[in-house]
Ligand binder design. Structure first.
Ligand code: AMP
Length: 527
């Protein structure tokens, strides 16, 4: 059996690990680093650069350098969140025919799945070069609150990269798996996961090898980038006041400021004060302007304390959903690079009245957990550990007056299935339309539309007589399936699926074929 790799496809950085015995080990990238920036850049000569090489292009080639693509996975162009992102990034976004967001590069339109596939392919290549053999299978992680579209898009990205996905696993669960195995602990664990773009809180109960996710909650739009943005705004404001020049529209200057802001933020996790020095940031007439500021940890905390506070209601909600108090939590795991911020450590230790676990590497722990999951699925740990995860979002249907009627409530243990009966409302009605949604809003239109199902070919009968059983199922990856059966005849009803999002299998196959042809051309050239 070949190696299975665990992939943490992060908003800012990605990481790949494998299982050696019972230990998850990180595979370093081709430059010898344990994580790879989740950045892809396209040069003028259409060369694709991944990771650090791409990051270095970000300043000189901002319109063709794609970062934080994870925030776009499985999203619609017109959604509020994508519209908000498009204001903040230097590359352009547009909508596909089905409304999915696409990235509009100088040379081509490309989907977020394809960009993610390039990052995954690079990690696969690092693993193959480490093992000296092909790698074909993966366990890939996603934020716990990813919906069906986002999970499916992640799976499709791995498929395009040439990997078979054995399991999609939630990031906090993965982190807990890595921690729990090393420490052999039991009790209630809170995983506070704050990476570059997303925040998740998960409450798990661990006991004698059984990992039970009790509740999970979070915000897809809260992460390290928001902390960077506060420093960026502060710098722009200071520059405006001191130099009387507005640099907020200068993309080139903004990119430099953004990088300096992140660097300053990281430094402030370890020092009490840092200097931000950007000479020749812009010019005004013939005069060159320089940016030089000192930022203290105290001022930085003042600028960002509301972001840290914003995470508390999510924790409270998750705890109340599983009937626990902060005192019932035995261990707190901080996951994700932003968790290194002292204010976050202080807030969690004040809230839970205990310090977080210190001996975890927040950048690697998710990938390591994914590698361990491969052992649970196939290997020697199969009988040692049982992982019970939950669905982070309610699954339901649209009923009258734009009402959302949940069928599988959030935090139900997965895999799960449920059957609900539908009937007709008019005499001789031959077709019933079912709109499947995911989310928590009582208004149907404010949840994510997963698909519209037309149950067709219903036999003519008076209203209310036909009974069609619709099976809703969420598999271990958190991915939704729906099927329907006419209960009287046990005949499978015709189900016409119009998925509201994502790449069609045909499109994925086309991309894979194109990739294979390109690879063949490259290896011919290399020979
Ligand atoms: P991840 O997605 O887990 O790789 O987390 C990346 C985020 O963590 C980025 O926003 C980084 O700027 C942030 N980060 C990394 N190291 C630190 C640090 N020492 N202090 C504060 N934030 C950090």
């Amino acid at each position: 059996m070949g190696h299975v790799i665990g992939i943490d496809l992060g908003t800012t950085n990605s990481c790949v690990a494998y299982l050696e015995g019972k230990e998850g080990r990180v595979i370093h990238n081709l430059e010898g680093m344990s994580t790879t920036p989740s950045v892809v850049s396209f040069t003028r000569s259409s060369e694709e650069l991944i990771g650090n090489l791409a990051l270095r292009q970000a300043i000189t080639n901002p319109e063709n350098t794609v970062f934080a693509v994870k925030r776009l996975m499985g999203k619609k162009f017109n959604s509020e969140s994508v519209q908000e992102i498009s204001q903040k990034i230097p590359y352009r976004l547009t909508g596909a025919l089905n409304g999915d967001v696409m990235i509009d590069l100088s040379s081509k339109l490309i989907s977020p799945q394809e960009i993610s596939a390039m990052i995954i392919k690079y990690l696969k290549k690092c693993a193959e070069s480490y093992f000296g053999e092909k790698v074909e299978e993966t366990i890939i992680t996603v934020p716990a609150h990813f919906n069906d579209h986002q999970r499916q898009a992640t799976k499709d990205a791995a498929k395009i990269a040439g990997l078979r996905v054995l399991r999609v696993i939630n990031e906090p669960t993965s982190a807990c798996l890595a921690y729990g195995l090393n420490e052999k602990k039991s009790g209630n664990i809170a995983v506070y996961d704050i990476g570059g773009g997303t925040f998740d809180i998960s409450i798990l109960e661990v006991s004698e090898g059984v990992f039970n996710v009790l509740a999970t909650n979070g915000d897809t739009f809260l992460g390290g980038e928001d902390f960077d943005a506060r420093i960026v705004d502060w710098l722009i404001d200071r520059f405006q006041k001191k130099q009387k020049v507005d640099i907020s529209e200068d993309k080139f200057a903004l990119q430099r400021i953004k990088e300096a802001a992140e660097k300053a933020k990281k430094e402030l996790s370890f020092t009490l004060e840092t200097e931000i020095n950007l000479p020749f940031i812009t010019s005004y007439g013939s005069e060159s302007k320089h940016l030089k500021e000192t930022l203290s940890r105290r001022d930085f905390e003042e600028l960002t304390k509301d972001l840290v506070q914003k995470t508390i209601p999510y924790i409270e909600e998750a705890l109340s959903e599983c009937g626990l108090n902060p005192e019932n939590i035995d261990e707190v795991l901080l996951v994700g690079g932003q968790g290194r911020m002292p204010l976050i450590k202080k807030m969690t230790s004040d809230y839970f009245k205990k310090d977080s676990v210190e001996n975890l590497n927040p950048d690697e722990v998710v990938a390591v957990g994914a590698a361990i999951q491969s052992g649970i699925l196939e290997g020697e740990m199969k009988d040692l550990i049982l992982l019970l995860d939950v669905t982070p979002l309610s699954l339901g249907i649209e009923t009258e007056n734009d009402t959302f009627s949940p069928i599988i409530p959030k935090n139900t243990t997965i895999p799960t299935k449920i059957t609900t009966s539908f009937t007709t409302v008019e005499n001789n009605q031959r077709r019933v339309r079912i709109h499947v949604l995911q989310g928590e809003n009582p208004k149907a239109s404010l949840n994510t539309s997963l698909a519209v199902f037309d149950l067709v070919g219903i036999e003519s009968a008076p209203a209310g007589v036909p009974q069609i059983d619709v099976h809703f199922e969420i598999d271990g990856d958190g991915i939704v399936r729906v099927s329907a059966v006419d209960s009287a005849t046990q005949r499978k009803q015709g189900v016409k699926v119009n998925p509201s999002s994502g790449l069609k299998q045909k499109e994925i196959n086309k991309i894979i074929k194109r990739e294979q042809a390109q690879n063949a051309r490259v290896s011919e050239y290399e020979e």
